[in-house]
Design a protein around this ligand. Structure first.
Ligand code: NAD
Length: 308
């Protein structure tokens, strides 16, 4: 399907992608939303998940569930991965009866998992031996962004491959940033999530501080969002999920703990001290009151405040 000599390189013309059949592996909080978004835009979409419940739930959204990986690969030109961790990506791609074993030349994989650069590079290299292309395209925006096609993506991979699937990327996301070669998207995503992890804790502390000094939390937040201290956390997380006590973002403590762990692994591999960031990582890891299934915003409850 991909043609290395092709001059196709547009972000708006989706004629080349009109007939592409798309598969999604991992129909959880994010993958189910992406699949439904594509199906709502008249794409032929197939879905695969280990969970029977997830396969059943996707049917009313216009997505065709398939029973196994072999069937999915046979049907599809492009496959989007939305799996929990790097190890799942590696197993689906290179494991026994994984995607590599079907050797479907021309297939393109878009991995939206928050994964590891090393895994992405290894998987891309092995798949290339069978003519399969791979890009890492981790996402931000949560389940609401996936369900509305408004996520943002940081992408690592070959420019021509990215251009070939750009019409698909644009249906599931509103912002696409090409960071660099395969793995670069994963590194950018880890950097982003380390900041998000830190901002949740620092915002919780300063909003509590202001509250104890006699200021209404909603008002101090309004002030922060009008000033230089604002961030995605102050603009989205606090009003949408924290100050209203909702804690229903669809992103779990377990997945954020995984992401800060990836940040720590990367810092270790580069021999970087990062003293403040490591303190943040410890706080995420050691919160005994919070389980992996809790909403990740609940980290604010561990600050020294009775506000949350
Ligand atoms: P999730 O746990 O809700 O969904 C993962 C799905 O993958 C599950 O349905 C599971 O059954 C399926 N799965 C696991 N192993 C499989 C396998 N071998 N074959 C087929 N299916 C398999 O997770 P999520 O919240 O959708 O997150 C997916 C990825 O996106 C993670 O890497 C996460 O860090 C990242 N992410 C999540 C959010 C969010 O807000 N939830 C936001 C940005 C990025």
């Amino acid at each position: 399907m991909t043609n290395k000599n092709s001059t196709f390189c547009t972000h708006n013309d989706d004629s080349r992608n009109r007939d592409m059949k798309i598969g999604i592996i991992g129909l959880g909080n994010m993958g189910s939303g992406m699949a439904a978004t594509l199906a709502s835009k008249q794409e032929k979409v197939f879905g695969y998940d280990l969970s029977e419940k997830a396969l059943e739930a996707i049917k009313p959204k216009g997505v065709t569930p398939v029973a196994d990986l072999a069937e999915l690969v046979a049907h599809c030109d492009v496959i989007i991965l939305s799996l929990p961790k790097a190890e799942h990506v590696k197993q689906i791609c290179l494991g026994n009866n994984g995607i590599a074993s079907f050797a479907k030349s021309g297939l393109i994989l878009i991995d939206t998992t928050t994964s590891e650069a090393e895994t992405s590079r290894e998987v891309a290299k092995q798949l290339a031996l069978s003519g399969i292309e791979f890009i890492d395209a981790p996402v931000s925006g949560g389940p609401a962004g996936a369900a509305s096609g408004t996520m943002s993506m940081v992408i690592g991979g070959d420019k021509e491959t990215i251009d070939n699937v750009m019409p698909i990327l644009q249906k599931i996301s509103s912002v696409q940033v090409h960071i660099g070669d395969v793995g670069a998207g994963n590194i950018a995503k880890i950097a982003n999530n380390l900041l998000c992890a830190a901002h949740l804790i620092t915002n919780a502390e300063v909003i509590s501080l202001a509250n104890k000094a006699g200021v209404d939390p909603a008002k101090v937040l309004e002030g922060i969002n009008a000033g230089s201290g604002r961030s995605g956390v102050s603009q989205v997380n606090f009003p949408k999920w924290i100050l209203n006590n909702a804690y229903d973002s669809g992103f779990t403590m377990g997945l954020m703990r995984k992401d800060v762990g990836l940040g720590e692994k990367l810092a270790d591999s580069l021999d970087l001290a990062m003293p403040l960031t490591r303190q943040v990582i410890e706080m995420w890891r050691d919160q005994s009151n919070l389980s992996d299934t809790d909403d990740f915003n609940e980290i604010v409850k561990e600050s020294d405040s009775h506000l949350y």
